[in-house]
Design a protein around this ligand. Structure first.
Ligand code: ATR
Length: 281
């Protein structure tokens, strides 16, 4: 039986968002806290945009070990850190804050790491040298995916976005292996690809479907979608029907949480089927 209260030694962390009620992170971290028997709590923190600076400073004052940051605060949090890790700087957003015993705020971004860990978990046969990647979308999620793929050595990475200028700006910022190509020709760019990643919101419950003809995609290509509501998006269903290996987006959410939990609570947690069940049920 849980006592219904926390003692003075409990370690505290949470997720800052607006709104935050939809966040699955409290269930996720709550599952791990129970699994590892840790004296701690992970709470939803609804912070209106104008209150972000005082809320983040307040975390340190209140003795929090840190927090996750979610929509719409990930970019704004960047400027509020005392120290930024280089990956967060390149992605241009913070999703994990670690607070030192001296109260210093370290901003990290574990989304790209989570993406890669999920891909390796779900498609162990895929490797960075397997061939070109096609990435759809040029928002914040795409930035994390691009950094992860570039750092893994994937090249070229074809980037397609409805608003071409956003894709072109990202390609210019990241350079080298990221090449912006027109959204309208997306089905053709699948020829020769070893990996297809959807980072747009298309296919999410309540959003329009992603219109994409997969017939040019080589049979051994891996298809992954960052959308996880529904778990099997129409894109993943179509890819599965063609015999592709598919990787759903829930795993990225689970894996991106691992480094934060370890930093705050002192145990490196494991992503398991029971965790997926706890988070998605
Ligand atoms: P996130 O941070 O989750 O990536 P975002 O920055 O709002 O969210 O980006 C959403 C992505 O989905 C963008 O690439 C967006 O394309 P635009 O840059 O053209 O807006 C894409 N997207 C959203 N709705 C779309 C639609 N109906 N058709 C095509 N792309 C769409």
């Amino acid at each position: 039986m849980t006592p219904g209260f926390l003692g003075g030694t409990a370690r505290l962390a949470g997720v800052i968002g607006w709104p935050v009620a939809h966040s699955r992170s409290p269930r996720l971290h709550g599952h791990w806290l129970r699994t590892y028997g840790i004296d701690g709590a992970y709470v939803p923190l609804a912070v209106a945009p104008g209150h972000l600076p005082s809320a983040i400073r307040g975390l340190a004052a209140l003795g929090f070990r840190g927090a996750n940051v979610t929509v719409p605060h990930k970019e704004a949090a960047l400027a509020l850190m005392d120290h930024l890790d280089p990956v967060a700087q390149r992605i241009g957003a913070v999703n994990t804050i670690v607070i030192g015993s001296d109260g210093r705020l370290e901003g990290r971004n574990t989304d790209g790491e989570g993406f890669m860990a999920n891909l390796r978990d779900g498609a162990p046969d895929w490797h960075p040298g397997a061939g070109p990647a096609v990435v759809l979308g040029a928002g914040g999620a795409a930035r994390a995916v691009l950094v992860a793929l570039m750092d893994a050595g994937v090249a070229p990475i074809y980037l397609l976005n409805r608003t071409f200028d956003r894709a072109a700006a990202l390609a210019a910022a990241f350079g080298g292996s990221v090449v912006a190509v027109p959204w309208e020709a997306r089905s053709e760019w699948l020829a020769g690809a070893a990996l297809l990643v959807n980072t747009t919101s298309l296919g999410m419950t309540g959003q329009p479907p992603l219109e994409l003809d997969l017939s040019a995609l080589p049979g051994d290509a891996v298809v992954t979608d960052l959308v996880y509501v529904p778990l099997e998006t129409p894109l993943l269903a179509a890819a599965r029907a063609r015999g592709h290996r598919v990787v759903d987006g829930l795993g990225m959410l689970l894996h991106q949480a691992v480094p934060g939990f370890e930093a705050w609570f002192g145990v490196r947690p494991v992503v398991t089927a029971a965790l997926r069940e706890a988070v998605f049920s």
